[in-house]
Design a protein around this ligand. Structure first.
Ligand code: GRG
Length: 313
C-alpha cells in the first residue's frame, strides 16, 4: 500500500518528469519550425500560434515516456524518440486547426484563445494546418550521416505507423465519420462511438506511444503491449473529454463548453450519463495499466494513465 505522503512524492516526481519532457519538446519544436526568410513570416507565425498555444503535450509525453520505459537502462542523450514526439504534436496541432474551421466544428475558442482561423483568416489557417502536417513528415524523414541501418529502419517503421494513424484509415477517417454523423442524434451505439473515437482520437495516441517504443528499441511484443495500453488510454482520454465538455467550465477547459450536445453529437455522457461514463473511463485506465503489468513494462506510462483520468482540462 502506498501511503499518502509516498503518493504525493510520486505525483511530484511525475510532475517534474513531465515538466522536463515538455521543455525538451518545446525547445525541439522551436528549433524545427520554419522561420522567415525560409518561409513567409505570416505562415511561420500562424504555425507557431497553434503549436505554442498551451496544449498539454499528451502525445509527445507518451512518445518519450514509452521510449523511456522500454530503454530504461540507456541515458537520455541516447534516446532517439524526440523527432517522433515532435511529429505527433505537429500532426495534433494541424488536426485542431482544421477541426476548428467553419467547414468542420466551427469553433472560435481553443485553449482559452481565439482559434487560428479567427486570428489569421480561414485561408491562412488551412495553410498553417497543411504546413504543420507536412513539417511533421519532414521531421520524420530526416536522417543523419551517422545514422545506423537499425535506427534508419526504426525511423521508417515509425514514419509509416504515424502516417497510417493520421490518414484515411485513422484520424481523417474518424473525422469523416464524425462529420457525417453530426446532427444524427441517437444514430450511434457504444460500438460505433468506440469505432469513431478509435480513429479520430485513439489512432494518433496509439501511434504516439508505439513510435516511442519503436524508437526506444523495443521488441515487437513490447511495442504491441504499448499499443494495447494506448488503445485503452485513448478511449479513456476521449470519455474524459466528453465529460469535461458537459461539466467543465469554459474557462477551465479553454474551449467552448457544451458544443457536443449543441451539435447533436452522441457522446459517452449522452449515452450512459456522467457517472457511468466516469466508471467506464476508470475501467479503461485499469485495462491500460493491466497491459503494462502483463508485459512487464514499468516507468511513467502508469502515471500518464492516472493523469489522463484525473485531468480537468
Ligand atoms: C481535421 C483530420 C482532422 C481531424 C481532427 C483530433 C480531431 C480530429 C479533432 C479534435 C476534436 C476533439 C475535441 C476531439 C476530442 C479529443 C481531442 C483530440 C481533444 C484535444 O486534444 P488535447 O486535449 O489538446 O490533447 P491540447 O489542447 O492539450 O493539445
Amino acid at each position: 500500500m502506498t501511503s499518502p505522503s509516498e503518493a504525493a512524492a510520486q505525483r511530484a516526481a511525475f510532475d517534474e518528469y513531465a515538466r522536463e519532457r515538455r521543455a525538451e519538446v518545446d525547445a525541439a519544436l522551436e528549433r524545427l519550425l520554419p522561420t522567415s526568410p525560409a518561409c513567409p513570416p505570416l505562415i511561420a507565425d500562424a504555425m507557431r500560434y497553434t503549436v505554442f498555444a498551451g496544449g498539454k503535450r499528451l502525445r509527445p509525453l507518451l512518445t518519450l515516456a514509452a521510449a523511456d520505459s522500454v530503454a530504461a537502462d540507456r541515458p537520455w542523450e541516447d534516446r532517439e524518440a524526440l523527432p517522433a514526439a515532435c511529429a505527433v504534436e505537429l500532426i495534433h496541432a494541424y488536426s485542431l486547426v482544421h477541426d476548428d474551421l467553419p467547414a468542420m466544428d466551427n469553433d472560435t475558442l481553443r485553449r482559452g484563445k481565439p482559434t487560428a482561423h479567427v486570428v489569421y483568416g480561414e485561408g491562412i489557417a488551412i495553410l498553417a494546418g497543411d504546413a504543420l502536417l507536412t513539417e511533421a513528415f519532414r521531421v520524420l524523414a530526416r536522417g543523419s550521416a551517422s545514422e545506423t541501418p537499425d535506427r534508419r529502419g526504426r525511423r521508417l517503421r515509425t514514419l509509416e505507423r504515424i502516417a497510417a494513424a493520421a490518414g484515411a484509415e485513422g484520424m481523417v477517417g474518424g473525422q469523416v465519420i464524425d462529420l457525417a454523423a453530426t446532427g444524427a442524434t441517437g444514430a450511434f451505439d457504444e460500438a460505433r462511438i468506440r469505432a469513431l473515437h478509435g480513429r479520430k482520437t485513439g489512432a494518433l495516441i496509439r501511434a504516439a506511444a508505439v513510435a516511442g517504443a519503436i524508437m526506444g528499441g523495443s521488441t515487437d511484443a513490447t511495442a504491441d503491449a504499448v499499443d494495447r495500453y494506448a488503445a485503452h488510454l485513448g478511449l479513456a482520454f476521449q470519455i474524459v473529454d466528453d465529460i469535461l465538455d458537459v461539466e467543465g467550465a469554459q474557462q477551465q477547459i479553454g474551449k467552448t463548453a457544451g458544443k457536443d450536445a449543441e451539435a447533436g453529437k452522441t457522446t459517452y455522457p449522452a449515452l450512459f450519463g456522467v457517472n457511468e461514463s466516469r466508471r467506464l473511463a476508470a475501467r479503461s485506465i485499469a485495462d491500460a495499466k493491466a497491459e503494462l503489468g502483463a508485459a512487464g513494462i514499468g516507468g511513467r506510462l502508469f502515471e500518464i494513465a492516472d493523469w489522463v483520468l484525473g485531468r480537468t482540462r
